[in-house]
Design a protein around this ligand. Structure first.
Ligand code: TYD
Length: 138
């Protein structure tokens, strides 16, 4: 199955669907994505009171899942448009384009799984919010 993203510049929740039943359990599948996966990472044991993220990426595109628990995302683009998303079902993925400032709050049991278009590169991060917002002037 191919995953369709409506607008490659906009964050979007994507339903990856599930195969199975309540008696046997389920499988969700990520294939034919809008980018080649070059890295997979997962984040876990994040205390609920901690807010993670506080950064944007210059080029990186991601699809993120809460394979367990729930994760609340606040996203902002360089025009200042803010959108909130809650991942609370394992079959739902959040498509995050490049140049989106993000913060995340985890439930106590949350496991974040991220499919990434690039390998890790600290130079791809924008960790200064003022620098991020100033990109709208360019
Ligand atoms: P970061 O992406 O800032 O985490 P979050 O967005 O969840 O707050 O990464 C946290 C630390 O982990 C940072 O020091 C960089 C390191 N890291 C890697 O070394 N490789 C990776 O692939 C990732 C995602 C992070």
């Amino acid at each position: 199955m191919s995953i369709r993203v409506n607008d490659l510049n906009q964050p979007e929740l994507i339903d990856f669907n599930r195969v199975g039943s309540s008696t046997l359990g389920y499988i969700s599948i990520a294939e034919n994505l809008p980018f080649e996966i070059k890295r997979v990472y997962w984040t876990y044991y994040a205390p609920h009171e901690v807010i993670r993220g506080h950064h944007a990426h210059k080029e990186l595109t991601q699809i993120i899942f809460a394979v367990s628990g729930s994760i609340k995302f606040e996203l902002e683009n360089i025009q200042g448009l803010k959108k909130s998303f809650i991942l609370d079902r394992p079959e739902m993925g959040l498509f995050i384009p490049k140049l989106h400032w993000r913060t995340m709050e985890f439930s106590h049991n949350a496991v974040l799984l991220c499919l990434s278009s690039e390998q890790y590169d600290e130079n791809d991060y924008i960790r200064d919010y003022d620098e991020f917002i100033s990109l709208s002037d360019q």
